[in-house]
Design a protein around this ligand. Structure first.
Ligand SMILES: C[S@@+](CC[C@H](N)C(=O)[O-])C[C@H]1O[C@@H](n2cnc3c(N)ncnc32)[C@H](O)[C@@H]1O
Length: 239
């Protein structure tokens, strides 16, 4: 499975903040019946802070498993981390899960890989298990952007719309929900995130394009940035 290398997504950003994680896990808990022996798998877990917090909150008996292509040194200690590509993980897996989380990772995969991955996830679910796939809401994106970033983001959100359509064709019984988080961040911190190329759209840009983008955002926005981080959540069941 071919993928880009995203190192700074949850590196001290709002996406790894205490409030974001609490609010995200509240959403998961509202939409899932967790037990203390629930088995959780997070595909593309990054630093694993979300399922780490979930594990503490639910007092899970079994450590949740997080898989990612990148093994961060500051990953969460409350998870069992496996450095693997999503599809290769399932080649040797013998466990069944109650929740499989794929958060802001599906857009990095090809349609063919998505199809294979959804099939594998379904096969590896417990009878009443669920797959939660989160992706940026392509119909309501508010991520502050400079012109080039906006152009590239628009293209990537077009593809996300196609992925959402593809997922509903794969499973007509799917359920969809919305999750949003009110972000309040200093421009200084956000510019650092841009510099660190936190989002995949920024990865292929040249140094010059990033530094021009930083100048543009600096001119365009006030000292404090306020916006909603809007996600769509697709919930799939075993069958
Ligand atoms: C945008 S980040 C999201 C991280 C985390 N899920 C979150 O929402 O905070 C995408 C993550 O997916 C990982 N990833 C990309 N392709 C992958 C693959 N084929 N198998 C496993 N992980 C992958 C990346 O390394 C990255 O950590």
């Amino acid at each position: 499975m071919k993928s880009a290398v995203i190192k700074n997504w949850d590196n001290k950003t709002w996406l790894s903040s205490y409030n974001y994680i609490k609010s995200f896990n509240k959403f998961l808990s509202k939409n899932t019946k967790f037990r203390s022996n629930s088995k959780i798998l997070d595909i593309g877990c990054g630093r694993g802070k979300i399922i780490g917090d979930l594990s503490s909150q639910l007092n899970l008996k079994i450590k949740p498993i997080g898989i990612d292509l990148i093994n961060h040194i500051d990953k969460d200690k409350r998870i069992k981390f496996i450095k693997k590509d999503a599809l290769s993980f399932f080649m040797n897996n013998k466990q069944k899960f109650d929740l499989i989380l794929i958060k802001q990772t599906i857009h990095l995969l090809s349609l063919n890989s998505i199809k294979k991955l959804v099939n594998e996830c379904k096969k590896n679910l417990n009878t009443d298990g669920k797959i939660f796939i989160f992706t940026l809401d392509p119909f309501k994106n508010e991520i502050p952007s400079f012109e080039l970033m906006k152009k590239k983001l628009k293209r990537s959100l077009q593809r996300d719309k196609m992925i959402l359509k593809f997922l509903s064709q794969l499973d007509s019984s799917k359920n969809s929900k919305k999750f949003f988080y009110k972000v309040k961040i200093t421009k200084k911190k956000y510019l650092k995130m841009i510099q660190n190329r936190f989002i995949s759209t920024l990865l292929p840009m040249t140094k010059k394009q990033i530094s021009n983008g930083i100048k543009e955002i600096d001119l365009k926005f006030n000292k404090i940035l306020k916006f909603n981080d809007n996600l769509i959540c697709i919930i799939l069941k075993k069958n």
